[in-house]
Design a protein around this ligand. Structure first.
Ligand code: CTP
Length: 243
């Protein structure tokens, strides 16, 4: 810490001037579990804060034409499908209060398109995506971790609807991709990441009671978070609970 960042207490002891860092919330869960709905419901109730929503999907690797020729053999549900180094760098900068440029990913072409999205520093940053609780380095940046737990038959039904209507896929491709990659990767990588969550929400966005409790909890945590910035010696004990 540089000298100019130190204040001097009346007893002569120097202490750092602490800037308020953003509060980072991770929202994970299987495909079409309702992660985005949960995030939007939380954002809708955090009126008094500047909140930004970041999608892990923005950090999918942009595919080369060679890979695109065999796209049906590509596993979009594997951790290696994401540029986690870029995600870490962007999240780290946002945590330091810097603006970042985030890729604009297109699900139809599997590539980045222009222009990238500029994300300004905010009080609360919500990161949502299937694997946001998988990498411990990403988890370590979070102040609160949520897992949206929706039945797999509900998720598959939503996924068929969404991919055929919004992502330009046909039903047979959606079912083949689900059986070959989506379901096995859910079982291998996404479901085990649930153990890292502080809060587990059954039924996703249909669970109004859980959203209300989470928003109350976020307000409490934001208060404690800001207090911890001023009084760094106060420890907050965090527990895992299921609503
Ligand atoms: N995916 C794909 N093609 C791509 C990139 C991703 O089919 N080019 C699929 C992956 O198979 C992965 C899913 O997109 O399973 C991730 O998006 P998902 O979490 O389903 O989208 P959200 O809208 O965030 O889901 P939710 O309904 O939970 O908000």
């Amino acid at each position: 810490i540089k000298d100019e960042q130190l204040n001097v207490h009346s007893n002569g002891a120097a202490f750092p001037v602490l800037e308020k860092q953003p509060f980072i919330i991770g929202v994970a869960g299987g495909t079409a579990s309702g992660k985005t709905t949960v995030c939007n419901m939380i954002i809708g109730q955090l009126h008094d804060q500047r909140v930004v929503l970041v999608h892990q999907d923005s950090f999918y690797h942009s595919l080369s034409n060679d890979v695109l020729e065999k796209v049906h053999e590509y596993n979009f549900d594997h951790p290696a499908a994401f540029d986690t180094e870029l995600l870490l760098s962007c999240l780290g900068k946002l945590k330091q209060g810097q603006a970042v440029s985030i890729p604009n990913y297109d699900y139809k072409t599997h590539k980045y398109v222009d222009p990238p999205r500029k994300v300004n520093p905010s009080d609360v940053i919500i990161l949502e995506g299937i694997l946001v609780l998988h990498d411990p380095r990403v988890c370590n940046l979070m102040n609160m971790k949520i897992f949206v737990d929706t039945d797999s038959d509900v998720r598959l039904a939503r996924r068929i609807q969404r991919d055929t209507v919004e992502r330009g896929r046909n039903i047979q491709n959606v079912l083949d991709q689900y059986a070959k990659f989506v379901k096995p990767s859910f079982e291998e990588f996404i479901l085990p990441s649930k153990k890292h969550a502080d809060i587990i929400i059954p039924r996703g966005g249909d669970n109004d009671v859980a959203i209300d409790l989470i928003v109350q909890h976020i307000h409490t945590k934001l208060g404690q978070h800001n207090l911890c910035k001023i009084y760094p010696n106060i420890f907050v004990i965090q527990t895992t609970f299921q609503i």
